[in-house]
Ligand binder design. Sequence first.
Ligand code: HEM
Length: 564
Amino acid sequence: MILNRNICLSSSTCIKSQRPVRRIASAPVPPFKVTVLNALQEDEDTTNSQDTGKAIDAAGAGRSWQSPGWLTQLNQLWSGKGNIPVANAQPDDIKDLLGGALFQALYKWMTESGPVYLLPTGPVSSFLVISDPAAAKHVLRSTDNSQRNIYDKGLVAEVSQFLFGDGFAVAGGEHWRSRRRAVGPSLHRSYLEVMIDRVFGPSAVFACQKLDVAATSGTAVNMEAVFSQLTLDIIGKAVFNYDFNSLTTDSPLIQAVYTALKETETRATDLLPYWKIPLLCKFVPRQQKALAAVDLIRQTTSDLIRKCKEMVDEEEMAAAEAASAAGQEYINSSDPSVLRFLIAAREEVDSTQLRDDLLSMLVAGHETTGSALTWTLYLLAMNRDKMARAQEEVDQVLQSRLQPSMAEYGQLRYVMRCVNESMRLYPHPPVLLRRALVADTLPGGYEVARGQDVMISVYNIHHSPAVWENPEEFIPERFGPLDGPVPTEQNTDFRYVPFSGGPRKCVGDQFALMEAVVALTVLLKQYDFELVPNQKVAMTTGATIHTTNGLYMNVKRRQNSFSY
Ligand code: HEM
């Protein structure tokens, strides 16, 4: 029996992850017509609630992607003297991929066309797809670089503006620089220490209560849903000091967050963006729902900001100022959230900017960490020897305690490697988007025209046999001795880029690693996890890599586990 079906993914959007792609000639598909039809049909079932009334929905991402053969031919013709190969994207290749796992098609074309190729998206438009660490390094380092500004975030800003507004995750240029300078320091070391003790650990322990019910009754649990709820609860507390309590309750606000997230994901893979036409949006149920969701989220966030402003007095601001002047990290012990930090630090921006910045963090930090946890647990369940080693480390470090301290976090090196390796195999997001502001030449001599959209396929870099040995295998040990450094884009020369790199690198990377390692540690200490047999766990994507149908696990209490 299945306990929790919180993730509802329409089976029509699934792709068969390992199925070879057929290549049969067929009539070209008119791309715009298909897109609009899909958009208008995106309907009531997209945030369908089942069982518990709560739903997390990733269905539909990428549905409107089309690149029929005649587009390839036109691009091949017009790329003329260009020195970049054009991917041979056939309609039937694409038909199998309408579930949204576009990154898997990008991999196939890399094997055919090499590490840098053009992917046609229209008669004269295309994506430049990069699967080479040196070219990726060049582009990432030249994005919003004050010395050498060649790329911006292009399409990303367009698809998520409806939710992020002017938030710093999507802003560019000087505006982005000043907001990142203001918000970045809020995630300082003392803040992370407090988060481990008060938020990451306790939230994971709380999740165990839910798992305990399943362990007692012997029902299977959808761990993807559990991780999504856990990470929403954590990021809400960490950013706003707001408890979504999504592990145990449902609310219109939680639904609104999922609806808005899904819309961002869907837009990210909509290559023909009908949603840019305001009139059309009025008639599309999906858009009406998304805009209502954004209204609710913004209203709630604005209320939290107003209340926090009322709490912070001159005395607190002076204390924050004094700490900053002395080079110390300021933290309010009763409310250690990012919001409180920014208000105490006299963030002179208006509340709308603050709202957009904080929403950027909420969204950027939620599904990413949830998905990283989902796939790490999946990989451990598939590799019992690695699971045993991780649990051995957890037992040694925690002894009889439920959650690790900051000092103990540093000793959880094998668990950390498991998370690192999982993010190599399943990077979130699997592709990074950029646009060339001026003409450029990539390492290897590839010429990039001004205005060219670029897709860095992190998935391809992480899976390329030219970059990694046995790339498809889960080998947490591959990053060297456990007492060596945690892998980053710097120490792997951009062969490993789960948090991107260059100026726009993830601002929450340390937060995310800590959160994931702590949550996993707490869960592995209490339970043994086994995949429900005969379950097909396939991938689909939006902003992160999701499963197509959830990740169902049987959960058993371990010997000496704590009883709730
Ligand atoms: C495993 C979890 C996470 C992964 C894999 C991840 C990944 C990424 C990546 C790849 C980028 C860069 C995107 C690009 O270059 O276009 C990014 C940016 C960002 N991330 Fe994360 N992230 C994670 C968790 C978090 C958390 C927990 C937070 C907040 C506490 C966060 C906040 C942000 C923000 C605000 C940006 C935009 C930074 C900017 O543009 O200046 N992320 N993330």
